[in-house]
Design a protein around this ligand. Structure first.
Ligand SMILES: [Zn+2]
Length: 165
């Protein structure tokens, strides 16, 4: 398996999970709402929110049949208490909308790397057929994209790259 194939599979896997996280297709943006008043709460990561919160989609695409029907958001977490504020913010920043856009951007990068391309690193080129350099394996751009998946069983140690984590 090439690093390009590995990344294509990981991106598709992350996308699948993000799509499945939406109870209603398209309900991709998440926000915290006061469960009592339905008021949108802007989470300050440095201030604990002492409310009964509900994590809901911004989009109101979910329909219900009782009482004539209507539109509702997805209720991702119906009722939450004692949510650690930074984690609450983290969850809304990494909602399905973000993850799907992130995957789309990364797929564009990976697709640009499926063959001969211009990236080079110190003393290496990415294409084994390139005549002007020494093949050093996948370029650092692809290695950097693979960083979050370094503990995947199919990850190959030669794809590793140093990074401050
Ligand atoms: Zn490259």
């Amino acid at each position: 398996m090439t690093l390009v194939e590995f990344l294509q599979r990981r991106i598709a896997q992350v996308e699948t999970v993000a799509q499945a996280a939406m109870q209603t297709p398209g309900a991709a943006h998440w926000q915290w709402v006061d469960g009592e008043t339905d008021e949108v709460i802007k989470v300050d990561p440095f201030v604990d929110v002492d409310l009964t919160l509900s994590l809901r989609s911004v989009e109101e695409l979910h329909t219900y049949d009782w009482g004539g029907g209507g539109a509702l958001p997805d209720f991702v977490i119906h009722t939450a208490e004692s949510i650690w504020a930074p984690a609450a913010l983290h969850m809304t920043i990494h909602d399905p909308a973000f993850v799907l856009a992130d995957c789309a951007g990364k797929r564009l990068i990976v697709d640009d790397h499926d063959g001969v391309h211009e990236c080079t690193g110190p003393n290496l080129v990415s294409d084994p057929e390139h005549e002007d350099g020494t093949y050093g394996g996948p370029c650092n751009t692809l290695r950097a994209l693979a960083l979050p998946f370094a503990d995947h069983p199919e990850f190959q140690s030669e794809w590793a790259i140093q990074a401050d984590i």
